[in-house]
Design a protein around this ligand. Structure first.
Ligand SMILES: N[C@@H](CCC(=O)N[C@@H](CS)C(=O)NCC(=O)O)C(=O)O
Length: 283
């Protein structure tokens, strides 16, 4: 919205500058060409617009609170101090109204007027978009090579690590799995649990890749400060607790460092995920 607001803010201002000239020119010709004079007077009226456009952008963030995909964006919004109305859409992601705007029925989802389709889903795309829009280089560096590393970490997480994490934890969490994965088939429990175990075992490799390659001796993927890739990773690792995964010490320290660095921005929304995990474990 702000991007569009900026363009509309600029236009009337430019027109407004030209307005007195145009208006006097038009006035001189007024008797001969009244219609043109009326047209020339228009920009002066348009100059009032910026005040309206400068209003606080209204953004809605639809979420499911026990989800780590959602947790990432909820942490980011708070850490970046971006205002958004958070809407809990539990139970309504497949309603006709929701599907009309988001046929993928996925949260987190941001709604904002300036977006080409009015909505945006995919946690990493949302964080990149908002970082770009608000110039949040601290979370998403502008230099192409540095940014590429953050993108690589996020794509690697979404494409390689997260499917393993989902297979390893979603069954225990009581979540439906991605289409085609073993949990959503009619296979027996022994088959499902061996698939779960295989995914759990396979998690060690991407975890190690994050440590050795993306962090490479630095506290965060982003270096000294957490990037949007770090927010996405730390949030994801919260789910490991539900399977009592033997999380490596470095990863525990990393998560603690993220929470310390981001404070309430991290711990407040993380409490929803942790509360849900405790509930599941208590059953
Ligand atoms: N890759 C997506 C995953 C989003 C996703 O799986 N969202 C789930 C919650 S964890 C959802 O909204 N499911 C609701 C539904 O499918 O109806 C992201 O990172 O945002």
């Amino acid at each position: 919205m702000a991007a569009k607001a900026k363009t509309t803010t600029k236009k009337p201002a430019a027109k407004a500058k030209a307005a007195p000239k145009a208006a006097s020119k038009a006035a001189a010709k007024a008797s001969a060409r009244p219609a043109k004079a009326a047209k020339a007077a228009k920009p002066a009226k348009a100059a009032k617009k910026p005040a309206k456009a400068a209003k606080k952008p209204s953004m809605t963030l639809s979420v499911l609170k026990p989800s780590v995909n959602n947790l990432a964006v909820r942490i980011f919004m708070r850490a970046a101090r971006l205002a958004a109305e958070e809407k809990d859409v539990y139970g309504s992601t497949r309603s006709a109204d929701f599907l009309k705007v988001n046929p993928a029925h996925l949260t987190p989802m941001v709604e904002e007027k300036g977006l080409p389709k009015g909505v945006l889903w995919e946690s990493c795309a949302i964080m990149s978009y908002l970082s770009n829009k608000h110039g949040l280089e601290k979370f998403y560096p502008k230099k192409p090579a540095k940014r590429a590393m953050i993108d690589s970490a996020m794509f690697y997480l979404i494409g390689t690590m997260y499917p393993l994490l989902a297979r390893a934890t979603y069954g225990r969490l009581g979540f439906g799995l991605y289409p085609g994965e073993v949990g959503s088939t009619d296979l027996g429990d022994d088959h499902k649990s061996s698939a779960q175990k295989a995914a759990q075992d396979a998690l060690a490799e991407p975890l190690e890749v994050f440590r050795t390659f993306y962090m490479d001796g630095q506290p965060f993927i982003g270096g000294k400060n957490p990037s949007i890739a770090d927010i996405r990773l730390a949030a994801s690792l919260e789910f490991l607790d539900v399977i009592d995964y033997a999380t490596p010490k470095w990863a525990k320290d990393y998560m603690a460092a993220m929470e310390k660095k981001l404070g309430k921005a991290y711990s407040e929304p993380a409490a929803d995920v942790r509360g849900y995990i405790q509930y599941v474990k208590s059953k």
